[in-house]
Write a protein of this length. Structure first.
Length: 215
């Protein structure tokens, strides 16, 4: 769409304004693709960006490492619409937040090395996230896992299924304690280096008393 602004002509070459009514969006194997971070004057522009797609319930990105690189470097910025229920991110670089996504029920993250636990775990406090998959994020929690507050949260933690490769330090007592009443399925896969559970992982497994399925 013609904008009439000379200063952004080169920037908008190849710019895609998304249909605001779409419900599912999958983007794959576009290594140079990135969200546009400039300004546009059209009245419809804000609703045709990813963050403004109010009908979007599923977004999946794989093979697009630079997708979020031009948006923000802040751990408080969320580039996704709040309508999302299912989110899949594979190999996406950058720092961003999930906290406003109160409708999200299913989150899949793999090979997102910049992701940190402090922007991920507030989702659990809303009680809506029921399935979480984390793979290839070895630095997610660093050496000290955050301690989730079991007493002062507005809703019970509702996570029911957790899939992980065990590399992110997610199977630790401080993280698992608030999930003990809700988590019914735990699955380990994709870790060729894992030979046995560590003592800390064993302690975490012991407190997950609602587990019905272990793979």
């Amino acid at each position: 769409q013609a904008s009439g602004a000379d200063e952004i002509e080169s920037a908008v070459e190849g710019l895609l304004l998304l249909p605001p009514q779409i419900k599912k969006l999958r983007i794959g194997n576009c290594p140079d693709l990135r969200l546009f971070s400039g300004s546009l004057d059209e009245g419809t522009a804000s609703s045709q960006r990813l963050q403004g797609l109010g009908s979007l319930i599923l977004f999946a990105s794989f093979g697009c490492p630079n997708l979020l690189s031009s948006c923000s470097s802040s751990s408080t910025y969320c580039p996704f619409p709040t309508s999302l229920q299912y989110l899949v991110l594979r190999g996406v670089e950058g720092i961003f937040a999930f906290a406003p996504l109160s409708n999200l029920t299913d989150l899949y993250i793999s090979n997102c090395g910049d992701l940190r636990g402090e922007v991920l775990w507030p989702l659990l406090a809303h009680g809506h996230l029921t399935k979480l998959t984390i793979k290839g994020c070895p630095n997610l929690f660093g050496s000290e896992p955050p301690r989730l507050d079991e007493q002062n949260h507005p809703h019970p933690y509702g996570l029911q299924e957790l899939e992980t490769d065990g590399k992110a330090g997610i199977l630790a007592v401080p993280l698992c304690a608030p999930l003990s009443a809700s988590l019914t399925k735990l699955e380990f896969w994709g870790n060729d280096d894992m030979e046995h559970f560590t003592k800390e992982q064993e302690q975490a497994l012991q407190i997950l008393t609602s587990i019905q399925e272990l793979e």
